[in-house]
Design a protein around this ligand. Structure first.
Ligand code: HEC
Length: 117
Protein backbone atom coordinates (compact mmCIF):
# COMPACT_ATOMS: atom_id res chain seq x y z
CA UNK A 1 0.00 0.00 0.00
CA UNK A 2 2.76 2.40 0.97
CA UNK A 3 4.55 1.43 -2.23
CA UNK A 4 1.52 2.29 -4.38
CA UNK A 5 1.18 5.63 -2.64
CA UNK A 6 4.84 6.28 -3.35
CA UNK A 7 4.44 5.45 -7.06
CA UNK A 8 1.37 7.70 -7.30
CA UNK A 9 3.22 10.56 -5.64
CA UNK A 10 6.24 10.04 -7.83
CA UNK A 11 4.12 10.11 -11.00
CA UNK A 12 2.36 13.28 -9.94
CA UNK A 13 5.60 15.05 -9.06
CA UNK A 14 7.06 14.07 -12.44
CA UNK A 15 4.11 15.69 -14.17
CA UNK A 16 4.69 18.98 -12.46
CA UNK A 17 8.44 18.95 -12.20
CA UNK A 18 9.53 20.22 -15.61
CA UNK A 19 8.36 21.85 -18.75
CA UNK A 20 10.44 19.89 -21.18
CA UNK A 21 9.00 17.90 -23.99
CA UNK A 22 7.78 14.85 -22.09
CA UNK A 23 5.67 16.60 -19.48
CA UNK A 24 1.93 17.22 -19.77
CA UNK A 25 2.45 20.57 -21.47
CA UNK A 26 5.50 21.02 -23.68
CA UNK A 27 7.81 23.99 -23.56
CA UNK A 28 6.55 24.88 -27.04
CA UNK A 29 2.90 24.80 -25.96
CA UNK A 30 3.69 26.79 -22.84
CA UNK A 31 5.54 29.37 -24.96
CA UNK A 32 2.65 29.52 -27.43
CA UNK A 33 0.24 30.15 -24.58
CA UNK A 34 2.41 32.94 -23.20
CA UNK A 35 2.76 34.51 -26.64
CA UNK A 36 -1.02 34.97 -26.78
CA UNK A 37 -1.59 35.59 -23.10
CA UNK A 38 1.48 36.95 -21.26
CA UNK A 39 -0.61 38.56 -18.43
CA UNK A 40 -1.08 41.65 -20.57
CA UNK A 41 -1.62 42.35 -24.26
CA UNK A 42 -0.72 39.30 -26.32
CA UNK A 43 2.55 39.59 -28.25
CA UNK A 44 0.63 38.41 -31.31
CA UNK A 45 -1.57 41.53 -31.19
CA UNK A 46 1.40 43.63 -32.31
CA UNK A 47 4.03 41.19 -33.56
CA UNK A 48 1.58 38.97 -35.43
CA UNK A 49 3.38 35.83 -36.58
CA UNK A 50 6.63 37.41 -35.36
CA UNK A 51 8.55 36.79 -38.57
CA UNK A 52 7.85 40.00 -40.44
CA UNK A 53 7.89 43.69 -39.76
CA UNK A 54 4.36 44.93 -39.19
CA UNK A 55 2.97 48.39 -39.71
CA UNK A 56 0.79 49.00 -36.70
CA UNK A 57 -0.39 52.45 -37.72
CA UNK A 58 0.06 55.21 -40.27
CA UNK A 59 -0.37 58.88 -39.48
CA UNK A 60 0.52 62.31 -40.72
CA UNK A 61 2.58 64.61 -38.53
CA UNK A 62 2.00 68.36 -38.26
CA UNK A 63 4.02 68.95 -41.42
CA UNK A 64 1.75 66.57 -43.28
CA UNK A 65 4.44 63.90 -43.69
CA UNK A 66 3.31 60.30 -43.66
CA UNK A 67 4.73 58.42 -40.65
CA UNK A 68 4.59 54.76 -39.70
CA UNK A 69 4.58 52.96 -36.37
CA UNK A 70 6.47 49.78 -37.09
CA UNK A 71 6.77 46.59 -35.07
CA UNK A 72 9.98 44.62 -35.73
CA UNK A 73 10.19 40.89 -36.43
CA UNK A 74 11.27 38.94 -33.33
CA UNK A 75 11.96 35.38 -34.42
CA UNK A 76 15.69 35.99 -34.95
CA UNK A 77 16.49 38.17 -31.94
CA UNK A 78 19.26 36.82 -29.68
CA UNK A 79 18.30 35.60 -26.21
CA UNK A 80 20.29 38.48 -24.65
CA UNK A 81 18.39 41.10 -26.66
CA UNK A 82 15.10 39.34 -26.04
CA UNK A 83 15.66 39.24 -22.30
CA UNK A 84 16.88 42.84 -22.18
CA UNK A 85 13.77 43.97 -24.04
CA UNK A 86 11.31 41.96 -21.95
CA UNK A 87 12.88 43.11 -18.71
CA UNK A 88 13.16 46.76 -19.64
CA UNK A 89 10.81 49.24 -18.05
CA UNK A 90 8.21 51.53 -19.52
CA UNK A 91 10.41 54.51 -20.18
CA UNK A 92 12.24 52.63 -22.90
CA UNK A 93 9.38 52.14 -25.33
CA UNK A 94 6.39 54.30 -26.07
CA UNK A 95 4.55 51.40 -27.62
CA UNK A 96 5.53 48.01 -26.30
CA UNK A 97 4.08 47.36 -22.84
CA UNK A 98 6.09 46.28 -19.80
CA UNK A 99 5.65 42.65 -18.83
CA UNK A 100 6.41 40.85 -15.59
CA UNK A 101 7.45 37.41 -16.76
CA UNK A 102 9.63 35.02 -14.78
CA UNK A 103 12.90 33.63 -16.17
CA UNK A 104 11.20 30.31 -16.74
CA UNK A 105 8.39 31.98 -18.68
CA UNK A 106 10.89 34.01 -20.74
CA UNK A 107 12.76 30.83 -21.53
CA UNK A 108 9.65 29.09 -22.90
CA UNK A 109 8.48 32.20 -24.72
CA UNK A 110 11.87 32.57 -26.40
CA UNK A 111 11.87 28.87 -27.32
CA UNK A 112 8.50 29.41 -29.00
CA UNK A 113 9.26 32.62 -30.92
CA UNK A 114 12.33 31.05 -32.51
CA UNK A 115 10.02 28.49 -34.06
CA UNK A 116 7.42 30.94 -35.35
CA UNK A 117 6.32 30.24 -38.90
C1 HEC B 1 1.49 47.19 -28.28
C2 HEC B 1 2.34 46.52 -29.24
C3 HEC B 1 3.35 45.45 -28.76
C4 HEC B 1 3.11 44.35 -27.97
C5 HEC B 1 1.80 43.93 -27.35
C6 HEC B 1 4.38 43.64 -27.87
N1 HEC B 1 5.34 44.32 -28.56
FE1 HEC B 1 7.30 43.76 -28.74
N2 HEC B 1 7.69 45.48 -29.73
C7 HEC B 1 6.75 46.43 -30.12
C8 HEC B 1 7.45 47.56 -30.77
C9 HEC B 1 6.78 48.79 -31.36
C10 HEC B 1 8.82 47.25 -30.76
C11 HEC B 1 9.97 48.12 -31.33
C12 HEC B 1 10.78 48.75 -30.25
C13 HEC B 1 9.95 49.54 -29.28
O1 HEC B 1 9.25 50.51 -29.70
O2 HEC B 1 9.92 49.16 -28.12
C14 HEC B 1 8.94 45.93 -30.10
C15 HEC B 1 10.14 45.26 -29.89
C16 HEC B 1 10.26 43.97 -29.41
C17 HEC B 1 11.50 43.23 -29.33
C18 HEC B 1 12.89 43.73 -29.72
C19 HEC B 1 13.12 43.40 -31.16
C20 HEC B 1 14.52 43.73 -31.60
O3 HEC B 1 14.75 43.73 -32.82
O4 HEC B 1 15.38 44.01 -30.76
C21 HEC B 1 11.20 42.01 -28.82
C22 HEC B 1 12.16 40.85 -28.54
C23 HEC B 1 9.77 41.98 -28.57
N3 HEC B 1 9.24 43.20 -28.96
C24 HEC B 1 9.09 40.90 -28.05
C25 HEC B 1 7.77 40.97 -27.61
C26 HEC B 1 7.12 39.92 -26.85
C27 HEC B 1 7.75 38.58 -26.50
C28 HEC B 1 5.87 40.38 -26.56
C29 HEC B 1 4.82 39.71 -25.68
C30 HEC B 1 5.21 39.33 -24.34
C31 HEC B 1 5.72 41.69 -27.17
N4 HEC B 1 6.89 42.02 -27.78
C32 HEC B 1 4.56 42.48 -27.14
C33 HEC B 1 5.40 46.36 -29.92
C34 HEC B 1 4.76 45.42 -29.12
Amino acid sequence: MKFIAFIALFTVSCLFATNDDNSFITKYEYGAMLYKNPRGIGCNKCHGNGKNEIILAKYRNKKGELKYIKVPPISKVSFEDFKAKLKSDKTESLIMPTYFLTDNELDSLYFYIQKLK
